[in-house]
Write a protein that binds this ligand. Sequence first.
Ligand code: GN1
Ligand code: MG
Length: 356
Amino acid sequence: MLEIVTYFALPTHPVSCEKHGEGHVNRTYLVCLADGRRCILQRVSRTAFHDIPGLMENIAAVTKFLAARTTDPRASMHLIPTTDGRDFYVDRDGECWRMYDFIERSVCLQSPESPEDFYQSAVAFGSFQRMLREFPAETLHETIPDFHNTPDRYRKLHAALDADALGRAKDVRREIDFALAREKDAAALQTMRESGALPLRVTHNDTKLNNVMLDEKTHKALCVIDLDTVMPGLAAYDFGDSIRFGASTGAEDETDLDKVSLDLELYRTFAEGFVSACGGLTDAELDSLPLGAKLMTLECGVRFLTDYLEGDHYFAVHRPGHNLDRTRTQFKLVSDMERKWDDMCQIVRKAKEKTC
Ligand code: GN1
Ligand code: MG
């Protein structure tokens, strides 16, 4: 790995390179240089991303755009160019590598240590969306077509079921039935997107709490990371994916489902931060936020289940049945949201009144 680093324009040589972070898709390393400087090295997944030059063009443009709007170097990511001035390096095997400055004195959380941490992530993702309102959205490449097109995710589940490549379907009938019972309602956001009832924004699309860096002392939000899926999308996607991950009382791969539920207080905290930081959301968008939470959770469960049926090619797994455990937490959360639906809608309405 250290050899890869030498293809990047760095002032000194690297002294160490260790695996870093909890991402399920790319491979991430923390690199220390001889002068004490630290950087992030990433191998971008070719399973997930089929147009890496386009993806890197998006990231270069978005990070430049954001960096030009702040004086704090820790408020946006900075790509380190290769020695020949490119944004990424392609090795002999065709793998694509990129480097960023490490955001010093920061932390990245897997679950909020306090409601304030979650509020800070809401402000970070809401501000990200607001700042990118001026960004020329038509110049962005669609890095994963149909990323949050839930009906399309169902089509892929059906294909995996039909193929049943590993014969796993018979063991997960309950999970399959849970998903299929909700299929007809799963198109609601996509339908509103296609009809124009919901406006397209530049969205992050992968708004897990661990995609925000907080200051290590104050826990104030510094910077949104993992920009691979920045694309035109709906506000409900970013709201929903944050709730799915951060407002759950259990980890995404918790095996004791009694520990998994929607924390309505965290949900309220996030709604208040997000609605006020985005600013200017239309009434239809505000009404779509609870649906975003439910559908992003259902969709993610469908994706984990599909990957399980296909043999775990997409998401990194660390134990047998890992994708199935993840599927189960997502579906448990969906059931809990169905129970708490009226409260979820009311909380968003109140958050809106608070910001008016
Ligand atoms: C992946 O790369 P990471 O771990 O931040 C995935 C998200 C899923 C998430 C589930 C490009 O995010 O869509 O919601 O795992 N990213 C991609 O934890 O597929
Ligand atoms: Mg990530």
